[in-house]
Ligand binder design. Structure first.
Ligand SMILES: Cc1cc2nc3c(=O)[nH]c(=O)nc-3n(C[C@H](O)[C@H](O)[C@H](O)COP(=O)(O)O)c2cc1C
Length: 334
């Protein structure tokens, strides 16, 4: 009976995703590649490839390799500010990708239409009610609301506040997935009862056996507590940087230094604001790679959400999904 309650609450989510459970593993640059994505989808969840700064050719290979490893649906996360966004959408179309997740701000003109034209479902991040309503008018298929407890680039509002503000008003119009700070099935059950159709987790899946993250990156997660996952600080009011949540280390200080360097270039008129912001984003991509792939968790960026304190061991994706599902079922039965 409890199983059917969880299944019923997730139904709109699973119908939209085509997966067994409406648990998405959010795209994580360098981490969400062929191995983790296919493992998530094979275990009944919904994996999402992180395209990040990949070129269209690299994305082409990544999708092909993922398809070799799973016949279940998975998504591709594209960053709206990527200079080759339209080409990346085309690559998704060539592979009949079923779901495209657009992250990183307002989608440029024509991009939503282009995704519809390749026959994929489009999922967008709604960091505020006004944007959620705008996306619904533009015909997106689902929304993710992600709070500032999450790892990686974050907005200013907590998951609990976004859920209270947004779910009651729009959850009957389209499937909404809640993300940020979810570490247990109890929390999944609670958001489902509030009207969510599913959830998106990132941090909880980083230490999966199938994740290619360096052993030292995983160790840092297993040692980390919620209070260690801090947000980056903006140094110059003219240089609006999107905050990033990561484990505190030397890399955090390096980011402060990078901002001062970029601000000086702005002062000297050597670069424009757009270029300044791009340099900041490239800094993150490089720093994250250093930590995830090379295992330099002191100088690289160990992006992690506050739920990092609930990551205690390396487990298989199937076990993580099983635990979350059982916890959610038990909580819903109470
Ligand atoms: C290491 C790491 C890298 C991430 N990279 C991306 C990314 O490239 N694109 C994106 O949309 N979200 C990214 N995220 C956010 C996740 O997709 C997901 O929404 C988030 O982790 C959910 O919150 P949680 O960490 O509290 O579970 C990243 C998160 C982490 C922890």
């Amino acid at each position: 009976m409890t199983q059917s309650k969880l299944t019923a609450l997730m139904k709109r989510g699973t119908d939209l995703l085509g997966s067994e459970t409406a648990i998405m593993c959010g795209a994580m640059s360098w981490v969400s590649e062929r191995n983790l994505v296919s493992a998530i989808s094979n275990a009944g969840g919904f994996g999402v490839i992180a395209c990040g700064a990949m070129t269209p050719d690299l994305l082409d290979t990544e999708i092909a390799e993922t398809k070799k490893r799973t016949s279940n649906p998975f998504g591709v996360n594209l960053i709206t500010m990527h200079p080759d966004l339209m080409k990346l959408i085309e690559v998704c179309g060539n592979h009949d990708v079923s779901h495209v997740v657009l992250a990183g701000g307002l989608p440029p003109k024509g991009s939503l239409e282009a995704i519809k034209e390749i026959g994929a479902k489009v999922i967008c991040f709604a960091p505020a009610m006004a944007l959620a309503k705008k996306f619904i008018r533009s015909g997106v298929d689902a929304l993710v609301i992600e709070g500032m407890e999450a790892g990686g680039h974050i907005g200013p509002v907590s998951t609990s506040v976004l859920a209270q503000e947004i779910l009651p008003e729009i959850a009957d119009q389209l499937p909404v997935f809640v993300a940020g700070g979810i570490g247990t099935g109890e929390m999944i059950g609670a958001y489902l009862e509030m009207g969510a159709s599913g959830v998106q987790l990132g941090t909880r899946f980083v230490c999966a056996h199938e994740s290619i993250a360096h052993p030292d990156f995983k160790k840092a997660f297993m040692r980390g507590n919620a209070r260690d996952a801090v947000t980056s600080v903006q140094v110059d009011p003219r240089l609006p940087v999107i905050p990033v949540r990561a484990l505190k280390n030397k890399g955090t200080e390096e980011f402060t230094r990078k901002q001062i360097e970029v601000a000086k270039l702005l002062d000297a008129g050597e670069i424009e604001m757009g270029e300044a912001q791009l340099q900041i984003e490239h800094f993150w991509a490089g720093a994250l790679r250093k930590a995830v792939i090379d295992g330099d968790v002191e100088n690289g960026s160990v992006m992690a959400g506050q739920s990092v304190g609930m990551v205690k061991a390396e487990e298989s994706v199937a076990d993580i999904i099983k635990t979350l599902t059982e916890e959610a079922e038990t909580a819903l039965a109470r």
